[in-house]
Design a protein around this ligand. Structure first.
Ligand SMILES: C[S@@+](CC[C@H](N)C(=O)[O-])C[C@H]1O[C@@H](n2cnc3c(N)ncnc32)[C@H](O)[C@@H]1O
Length: 262
């Protein structure tokens, strides 16, 4: 953990509240807490994905990757073991469940993901609404090849993984999806890139769109990007759960920001 992340996490633990929705006056946010944050999932729901994650965690083969992102602070080599990526880069536990429960509750029809990695989060999102059209963007060819194996192993049929830098693939993905009902932005964690992706996605958002940004507390720059997103006049509800930030565009409700214990 870096020092910014430690101090932001401590601040979050002191200031966050509303874990059970008490004293929340927004019916929309109250419902979100009850039906998404507090949703109970049967282990069997994700068994196929978690079985495959286990396989990846035991895969000691190496691949050469192109790292387009802010990069790992611990590993500067381009040669990575699959099990290292599986251990350090993928959504797990309650954060993977959150993705699933958000999609399950709001049933987005067009889903975009920036940062496929080994397609574990992709599988959670896609399985929550198999009718959705989903595009997931990944910069590394070798990682995308493993992602496609994951999708096959998990029986996911509604996702197209597109390979290339986000700056080269995002525009056409947006044009193809036409509107963005749900986007998970989980790659290239720098302030400038995060704001750039937000600005590009924004014109494709509607009142029912949901954006979820990963690692908003990872660095000062990421947190500054998050604060600018929260302040955007189109955003009506924003929720900081420390690791991630959720953004909603619902109309007819007073603009409000929440810090919620998750
Ligand atoms: C944190 S991982 C994604 C994890 C995945 N969403 C999950 O939760 O299981 C980020 C991925 O984004 C990719 N990436 C980072 N920056 C990128 C960029 N500028 N263009 C394309 N891909 C990028 C990396 O190669 C990496 O696989």
């Amino acid at each position: 953990m870096n020092t910014f992340l430690i101090s932001k996490t401590l601040r979050y633990l002191v200031t966050s509240g509303h874990k059970y929705g008490h004293r929340i006056h927004s019916p929309f946010v109250y419902d979100l807490i009850q039906s998404v944050f507090r949703a109970k999932n049967k282990k069997s729901t994700f068994a196929v994905i978690e079985k495959h994650r286990k396989k990846l965690l035991h895969d000691s083969s190496t691949i050469t990757i192109e790292d387009f992102g802010a990069g790992s602070k611990n590993n500067t080599s381009n040669v990575r073991k699959v099990n290292y990526i599986a251990r350090t880069s993928l959504s797990q536990g309650k954060y993977a469940h959150l993705l699933y429960n958000l999609v399950k509750r709001y049933q987005p029809e067009a889903i975009l993901e920036l940062g496929t990695s080994l397609a574990i989060s992709t599988s959670y999102l896609a399985l929550a609404n198999p009718q959705a059209r989903m595009i997931s963007l990944e910069g590394s060819k070798a990682i995308a090849a493993i992602a496609n194996e994951t999708l096959q192993a998990c029986g996911v049929k509604n996702v197209s993984v597109r390979v290339g830098k986000f700056d080269d693939t995002l525009d056409s993905a947006l044009l193809d999806l036409q509107t963005i009902d749900f986007a998970f932005i989980d790659g290239n964690h720098t302030k400038e890139a995060t704001l750039r992706y937000f600005e590009k996605i924004l014109p494709y958002c509607t009142e029912r769109s949901i954006l979820i940004f990963d690692d908003i507390s990872w660095s000062e720059g990421m947190y500054e990007a998050w604060q600018q997103i929260v302040a955007n006049q189109n955003v009506s509800v924003s929720i900081d759960i420390c690791k991630q930030g959720l953004v909603f565009f619902r109309k007819g409700i007073v603009k409000q920001h929440f810090v919620i214990r998750y």
